[in-house]
Design a protein around this ligand. Sequence first.
Ligand SMILES: C[S@@+](CC[C@H](N)C(=O)[O-])C[C@H]1O[C@@H](n2cnc3c(N)ncnc32)[C@H](O)[C@@H]1O
Length: 353
Amino acid sequence: MEPVKNTTGSKILATFQTPEREVNIESRLQLETYIASADHHAVEAADRREVLSRLAQPQKTLPAKYFYDARGSELFEEICGLPEYYPTRTEAWILDRYAGEIASATGLCELVELGSGSSTKTRALLDSYCNLGGALRYSPIDVSRTILTDSARQLLRDYPTLRVRGAIATYDHALASLPPTDLPSRMLVFLGSSLGNLTPGECDRLFDQVQGFLDAGEYFLLGVDLHKSTAQLEAAYNDSRGVTAEFNLNVLAHLNRRFGANFDRANFEHWAFYNEGDRQIELHLRCLRGHEVTIGDRSITFTEGETIRTEISRKFDVEAVWQQLDRHDLEPINVWRDPQNWFASILSRRRVR
Ligand SMILES: C[S@@+](CC[C@H](N)C(=O)[O-])C[C@H]1O[C@@H](n2cnc3c(N)ncnc32)[C@H](O)[C@@H]1O
């Protein structure tokens, strides 16, 4: 809030007014937390059970969503600007160049974005839909409350005709519960190759959910990171400044806070490599010495050298994704790539029968 100034310009210290622009922002912003408070304890308990069960497997793993508390989202934004991390700037290049074609192909649409984060790349799409004229609507979905609300407010400041309907929710919750749009159509957007964080089985399930979410004739824009050399891939996840290592280790602080665990990050180190057989980057936390960790009343044993796999980032082949979309009744329409063929944006449409 700005202090109100009198006609001579001096501040009237006791009187504060909400600026007109900020009022407009709040009236154009709708935020929903899709984990209703009544369900909250059940959801927390289910998440905790999932974490315990994954940490009880011979290869301990965690879902990628635990990277993203407020600090994790901040670190991810830092990663996006690193010279070694090519995916963000390459996808941004494709969207900056081709967003106009994408908007022309779909016509007026509400943009619904899974895992929206800072929504930085989405701005190219918003600009193009703005140029089409008509109402500008955006529904970001993210588990990370702080980054979603901060970026939604910034977008509302920058796009005076925009309305935002944000959902603090997992992909699962949002795809099952988001209400329909009052615009002629919707385009579900899934950028950053976040699809690569899902196993093939999880990916198939997500496509089932996308198929169920979209009405006939609605669109799906998917960003996928493509196969490339091991050296380039491994450099992107082992940056020289250690930001990715910090991002990886931050998972432990998130688990401590969320589930009352007592992980000590000094007992782990970041490890990332390209698994050529499975065509995926793997992020692990490698245990430096044998020790026990407690999560609530449960105890987990870690031996020296064993790892928790914290993320997979699968690398794709456009033709295979194209066929997989098609099998889910998502008719591929067009694909846009960068000149080096590092990244692709694939537009498909829920088939009209
Ligand atoms: C890799 S970042 C990508 C952010 C942005 N889309 C981009 O391309 O730069 C993944 C984003 O998805 C969110 N996220 C991760 N898992 C999620 C889940 N299961 N449900 C909803 N959001 C999730 C994270 O909080 C994060 O903002």
